[in-house]
Each structure stands twice: as C-alpha cells, then as structure tokens.
Design a protein around this ligand. Sequence first.
Ligand code: MG
Ligand code: ZN
Length: 384
Amino acid sequence: MLHKTFIFLAFCAFSFGTFAQDAYLNAESEDTDKTYQGEEPYKVKMYTQKFKAEKPKNIIFLIGDGMGVSQVFAGITANQGKLFIENCRHIGFSKTQSASDYITDSAAGGTALSCGVKTYNGAIGVDADTVKVKSILEEAEDQGLATGLVSTSAITHATPASFIAHQSSRNMYEEIAADFLNTDVDVFIGGGLSHFIARKDGRNLVNELKEKGYTVENDINKIAKIKKGKLAGLTAQVHNPRMNERGDMLPVATETALNILDDNDKGFFLMVEGSQIDWGGHASSTVYIVEDMLDFDQTVGEAIKFAAKDGETLVLVTADHETGGMALTGGDMTTGMVKAAYPTTSHTAVMVPVFAYGPGAEEFIGIMENTDVHDKMKKLLLGK
Ligand code: MG
Ligand code: ZN
C-alpha cells in the first residue's frame, strides 16, 4: 500500500514538474475556436527579386512549428488574399520522417534541419546513437560568422534547442540551458528564464552569461533598444504567452537580432521560430493557428525587408512537421473568415513547404528530405 502511494505521489510530482512546459499538449479548444472570424488585414509589400550576390553571406532560417500548407493558406485567407511569404518564388517540399518514427516530433525534426541527421524522436542535436552532431549554427560560429536564435516558446524548447544543445532528451531543459554557455551564440531571445536560474545544480546561468559579456534583459521593450554586443533576452519564465498578451514580440525580437548580427563582416546565421502555430494545432484551434500564423508571416516580412535591402541574405521559411491534420472546410477571402476541422491533436506525416527568397533560393525547389534543407544551407553559407 505504502509502495503504491509512493508511486502515485512520484507520478504526481513528475506530472507537475513537466506541466508548465508541456501544457500546450493538453489544451482543449472551445467550438468557437474552430472558426476564425476575420480581422483588419495588414498590408503585404512585394520586394525586388534582384540580388547583389550569387551566394548568400547571411541566412535567416524561419521555422513555423507545425506549419503545413493548410496553416499557410489559412493565413492567406485570414489576411484576405496575401501573405509576405508570397515574396518567395522558389518553393519546395520537405519530407519530415524521423529515424525512429513515420511521424516526427519537433526535436528530431529540429535536429534534421539544424544538424542534417535523421535521429529518434526526442533527440536534441544528437544522432540515432546519441552521438553529438555539430549544428549549422555552431559550424557558422566556428567560421567566424555571427549567430542568433529567436523563439516564442522557451529558448530551451525542442526547436531552438536543437540548434545549440546536445542532449539525449528534449525534456532535459536545465542541461539544454547550460549548453548555451558552451557556445558563443551572439543573440538569443525567447522564454525559458526559469531553466537558467531555478536549477537543481544551483548554478545561476544569468550571472554566468553576464560574466561572459552578455547583456541580459527580460523586457522586450528594453531588448529592442540593444544595438550591439552579446544579448540574452529571456522574456518569460517558461514560454511566451499567446499573441493577445505577447503582442509583436516575435517581429520585434527578430528585427533586434538582425540589427546586431548584421555588424559581423563575415555574415550571420539566424534561426527564428514561430513556435505556437503547433500549439494551435494540438488544441484544434483555428483561432490560435491563424493568430500565430499571421504573427509568423509578419516576422517573415521583417526578414524579407532586411534581405531585399541587403541583397546578400537568403531567407528560408519551412516547418518541422504539420500539426492537427488541419483541413480547411470553409472560408471567405473578403472577410478573412476561416473554418477548419482536425482529425488529430498530434502531428501528422505529410510533407511541409519550403519557401526561399534571395541568393541561392533556386536550390530549394522540388521534393527533398528535411536533412537536405540543412545540407543545402550549409553548402551555400559555409561552402561545405
Ligand atoms: Mg517548436
Ligand atoms: Zn507539436
């Protein structure tokens, strides 16, 4: 009896411990969330298709977590016919299967894109045998380029983590946070403060970051004022809240990161994640998906504006997998109304789009493996 009680309590403690970061997996939507009613659209600018260089000096890699073709078209409908993503004229598809599963998770999906290896679900920056693999961000760092990560989730969550950390499981948040200290990443902005300061090992990683020369800020308005040097922006204890609370945090953080990284003469690699398109999919919520899709597209707009002016920057927009099996069952291009149905609250196996703009964009047409996206980026940016 005592034994059973102990197991039950241990289970409760475990559930509670993981609750904060994984609550999105259990979110349930109201029926009203199935239909997005439409709002005032934003203006989409179309930019030049002429670039200064043949090969990119910089790459801005934008990942819409859980963003399949339906999520993109829901965004197009909601914005009454147009998105910034449509500046990308070179388009392909990425196969997302992992080494262990037909349906990937964001850890294996992220690691395929960051490190170019197919691995097991849950793996962060390690291959199928749990051997560490250098990410494109780390390789860029080695060659003297500036590097950055921006995310609306915790910066320690699977997608951003796979670009900078090497751990056997995505749930090792505190170990993942410590891995940031093993790199020279120039800028990172996202949630996850608690994984840096409320730690079992007693380390205060915020103090350690400051000792390494980082400016550490928690308020996006203060972060936005930083123009140079090393920056760690930790804007939430765990994840950033939904759009209605976090506002334009993602486009502002992206603009801030670009401004700092652009100072490096050798170029830069920046990964930006719209994390919560996936969470809308897990919740079967069209409203959540569309709000985050439009936020992500406006962030893509910031990246393309920068690239059009710069002329040596490649912008890539893709996803790690689709979430929800979203099916558009109704809509109205004049009001922005979108209605959808969902056969699952999990990820699906379908190919996801790859959109490219800038020098080297033509490499990303056709059907490719997710690992090919990594290999092509690396060849273009680092010549290997
Ligand atoms: Mg993610
Ligand atoms: Zn997911």
